[in-house]
Design a protein around this ligand. Structure first.
Ligand SMILES: Cc1ncc(C[n+]2csc(CCOP(=O)(O)OP(=O)(O)O)c2C)c(N)n1
Length: 684
């Protein structure tokens, strides 16, 4: 680092800066503590990524010592600044910072066990492993897109609760890989449009990726790109603390999101590997580590942090206490009802009134028996949900009128107006899903949004991370089969239900009618620890749950919708729009005096979680099992058994009116009944 003294950086209440942090030489030594921990931990694990933490140590030190508002003793403090390490491969940067600043969740022994089973210091940062890890990163681009959601949630909550309670920033460290990924375009252009000026991205502009120089594959003018997306962009020497501090200082008053490209040397300090792709993702090796110790003037043993540096860092970890105390005083002195609403929003609890409101809706629907598409039924449920829950934030990736996710009381969130409750995400499914994750991580809001089910593929990496992080995000995915008709096979999901059902900890719910849809909404909102995909029809469907119950059979994943007095010879299993077909097939068999029952299976995962007795009771022991679903058969054998019959579609669809498609592909009550009878004959 260069420069005689560091520019005076702002931390609004003028919290004292540790003397070490305020001199370039002291800051350099503090940064070297990060470098040493990173190279030693990777060396001990014999795997990992030393290059990025060593390269970005100076930037991170300036950020954490002079700008980031946090209190290591209270890592969940709601008004803390968020820090996202989007380049998750550089996880040791984050672990070193958390340990040095005194976060309880990361001890030196955890760092010594970097990448080992049970250590919170996993290969890539994992949300929930230790406080201070704000999101799970590793799949490049996700973190920066999460940060967009966090910055947006901050603005939404500030509009609702005022800046006395909500007034923080979101900082990101992003790498070349993060910004090359397409998701960065989706999310960052949305951030630019929405003028999320409290979002500050520190770009590790080291020009190196795994294959070598980034010039092998990229010649983007990143600053120009971000400026074109409505960001403020600048370039600094990422090893010059003065320059970094000055750029961050400027960023504090920006009216746009900010990108600061920090020119750094990957593996800074490693004599031979610095500046090379070899520094990216391999242990440096004993000679190189020894050389780096000399180059960095770091004569200490592995994992040893000299007392003066550790105490400087630890003091830094306490700097935010004043901020937090002031915030707590503001919270305590705010109006009681506002305080209560704020606490309630952050608790993530769903108000008790929701259950009653949904039960009333269900009773009404069972009595009125509307014939509506489940996407329409979802809109009807959402009218109730959004009236009871003040913290849902809806949206759609440019399919609002198709997904029907916008209710009457939702106004738009717009640049400079964050008081709305609906986000027009634009045609940015991936960015949308990742931003929703960021909003859920931030807390205080429950994000839901919409697209077509076929485009779940465009969101899949973020849905997977939502499931991994145990986040409540709700995806309304309409046009859920060939039932969408004329748009044809490009728009007709076939394998998507199976693909989504394969993601652990994700609820895939495909309700059969308006009643089940309302029930599924309530169940999805009650899942604090997992995401939900609601697969909904474009076409109208009759009400099949005509007997009102205060119970929530969809909560058991599968249930007998049409029981049979005698022992059934045939059981029809179906989900969503095919439940109607199963009921009609049941009718045909009734006329032929064949006892049959119908099981509605809106959610496999919830069904699988029921006890064995319940599952056995629902699956029953009919001689013939038939599953009907306008989708791939993949996975159904676990319910219908190896000799079960599947009526569905194991190939792509076609462009035609939907009723013709059902007929052409043999997904009809007649075919299902015929197949069942043929199955019975075979067993005779
Ligand atoms: C979506 C995704 N694709 C690929 C990878 C594998 N990967 C990890 S880091 C990296 C690129 C490294 O380059 P850069 O982002 O510039 O990081 P640096 O080398 O500067 O640490 C790749 C391809 C990944 N983690 N995520």
């Amino acid at each position: 680092m260069t420069g005689a003294s560091l520019a005076t950086a702002s931390t609004e209440s003028g919290n004292p800066l540790h003397p070490l942090a305020s001199s370039p030489e002291g800051a350099r030594r503090m940064a070297n503590a990060i470098r040493a921990l990173a190279m030693d931990a990777v060396e001990a694990a014999k795997s990992g990524h030393p290059g990025m933490p060593m390269g970005m140590a100076d930037v991170a030190t300036v950020l954490f010592t002079r700008f980031l508002k946090f209190d290591a003793a209270d890592p969940h403090w709601p008004d803390r600044d968020r820090f996202v390490l989007s380049a998750g491969h550089g996880s040791m940067l984050l672990y070193a910072l958390l340990f040095l600043n005194g976060y309880e969740g990361i001890r030196i022994d955890d760092i010594k066990r970097f990448r080992q089973l049970g250590s919170p210091c996993a290969g890539h940062p994992e949300y929930g492993h230790a406080p201070g890890i704000e999101t799970t990163t590793g799949p490049l681009g996700q973190g920066v897109a999460n940060a967009v959601g966090m910055a947006l949630a901050e603005r939404i909550l500030a509009a609702r609760f005022g800046d006395k309670l909500v007034d923080h920033k979101t900082y990101v460290i992003a790498s070349d890989g993060d910004l090359m990924e397409g998701i960065s375009h989706e999310a960052c252009s949305l951030a630019g449009h929405l003028k999320l000026n409290r979002l500050i991205v520190l770009f590790d502009d080291n020009g190196i990726s795994i294959d070598g120089s980034t010039s092998l594959a990229d010649s983007t003018d990143t600053l120009a790109r971000f400026e074109a997306m409505g960001w403020a962009a600048s370039r600094v020497d990422g090893h010059n603390a003065n320059a970094i501090a000055a750029a961050l200082e400027d960023a504090q008053s920006s009216n746009r999101p900010v990108l600061i490209a920090c020119k750094t040397t990957i593996g800074y300090g490693a004599p031979k590997r610095a500046g090379t792709a070899k520094a990216h993702g391999e242990a440096l090796g004993a000679d190189e580590v020894a050389g780096a110790r000399v180059a960095l003037d770091w004569p200490y043993a592995p994992f040893e942090i000299p007392a003066d540096l550790l105490s400087a860092w630890r003091a830094n970890g306490e700097r935010g206490q004043k901020h937090r105390a002031a915030w707590e005083a503001r919270l305590a002195s705010s109006a009681a009802d506002l305080r209560e609403q704020f606490r309630s929003a952050l608790s993530g609890n769903v108000p008790a009134a929701l259950a009653g409101a949904i039960a009333t809706l269900k009773a009404k629907l069972s009595a009125e028996k509307p014939s509506v598409a489940t996407r329409k039924a979802s809109e009807m449920a959402l009218e109730v949900v959004n009236a009871v829950l003040p913290n849902t934030v809806g949206g759609s990736a440019d399919l609002t009128g198709s997904n029907l996710t916008k209710t009457k009381n939702e106004t738009n969130i717009a640049p400079d107006n964050y008081a709305g409750r609906f986000i027009h995400y634009g045609i940015r499914e991936h960015g949308m899903a990742a931003a929703m994750n960021g909003m859920a991580l931030h807390g205080g809001v429950i994000p839901y949004s919409g697209t077509f089910l076929v485009f779940s593929d465009y969101c899949r990496p973020s849905i997977r991370l939502a499931a991994l992080m145990q986040l409540r995000v709700i995806h309304v995915m309409t046009h859920d089969s060939i039932g969408l008709g004329e748009d044809g096979p490009t728009h007709q999901p076939v394998e998507h239900l199976a693909a989504l059902r394969a993601i652990p900890n994700l609820l895939v719910m495909r309700p059969a009618d308006a009643v089940e849809t309302a029930e599924c909404w309530e169940i999805a909102l009650g899942q604090k620890n997992r995401p939900t995909v609601l697969a909904l029809s474009r076409q109208n469907l009759p009400t099949v749950r005509i007997q009102h119950t205060e119970e929530k059979p969809c909560g058991r994943g599968g249930y007998v919708l049409r029981a049979c007095e005698e022992k059934p010879e045939v059981t029809f299993f179906a989900s969503g729009s095919e439940v109607e077909i199963a009921l009609a097939a049941h009718e045909i068999l009734s006329k032929a005096a064949v006892p049959a029952q119908v099981v509605s299976m809106p959610c496999w995962r919830l069904f699988d979680e029921q006890d064995a007795r319940y599952r056995a009771q629902v699956i029953g022991s009919a001689r013939v099992n038939v599953a009907i679903e306008a989708a791939s058969s993949f996975g159904w054998e676990r319910y219908i058994g190896p000799s079960g019959i599947f009526v569905g579609i194991d190939h792509f669809g076609a462009s035609a009116p939907y009723k013709e498609l059902y007929k052409a592909f043999g997904i009809t009550a007649e075919k299902a009944a015929e197949a069942a009878l043929a199955g019975l004959r075979k067993k005779d």
